[in-house]
Design a protein. Structure first.
Length: 135
């Protein structure tokens, strides 16, 4: 068993981000779209959309949460709060961005804590890799 399992997660995340181009310049519209598709997958699997306009991402790994918050800041998306939820035992990022909120609905996500199904977005198969990595 590895002594630092978190290190392997960080390496895996960085490999995944590099694979889909997220470590490149964020002014490139194509890379911003890849990041958004990655976030759609991440939110579908480990987050939810609230009725009041907030989007929440929950993760047990504090380091990963900060990486995501940094990526959101790079594309000028406002993180409302980043905190540890003791009752759930996870770190949470709350996002309040009306444009991104609408984008998530357009991609097929539904509001509510948990849905009984995940509907993949209607995108071309060659553009699906960031979404799949997010899940």
């Amino acid at each position: 068993k590895p002594r630092k399992p978190w290190l392997w997660r960080v390496v895996l995340y960085m490999f995944a981000f590099n694979l889909i181009g997220l470590c490149r310049v964020f002014e490139d519209e194509e890379n911003v779209e890849k990041l958004k598709l990655y976030l759609v997958g991440l939110i579908a699997a480990d987050g939810h959309i609230e009725q009041n306009g907030y989007v929440t991402i929950a993760q047990k790994d504090k380091r990963f949460t900060y990486v995501i918050a940094d990526l959101l800041a790079r594309i000028n998306m406002k993180v409302s709060s980043l905190f540890y939820d003791k009752s759930a035992g996870v770190w949470k990022i709350k996002i309040r961005d009306p444009v991104f909120y609408r984008y998530l609905f357009d991609m097929g996500l539904i509001a509510g804590r948990k849905c009984d199904r995940i509907v993949p977005p209607k995108i071309k198969p060659e553009k699906a890799l960031p979404y799949i990595i997010g899940i």
